[in-house]
Design a protein. Sequence first.
Length: 72
Amino acid sequence: MNTALKEKILKVCDEKINQKGNNVGLSFYAFFANKNNDPESLMQVAEWWIKTHQLDHFEKAIKIKQLIETEK
């Protein structure tokens, strides 16, 4: 996954955590608009989420943030 996409994920995780606290969960769709206007990036995140890390549909934002930060 490219750096820009990782930064976007971190930003969204931070926003959600600030809004709803450390217990907030999200899916990989949270990083995209409701339109499929960037299928390549969507597939990168989906593969990272499902295939690489075998995560559930919803995961804690704090967990996703930590995974991304360890890959930087």
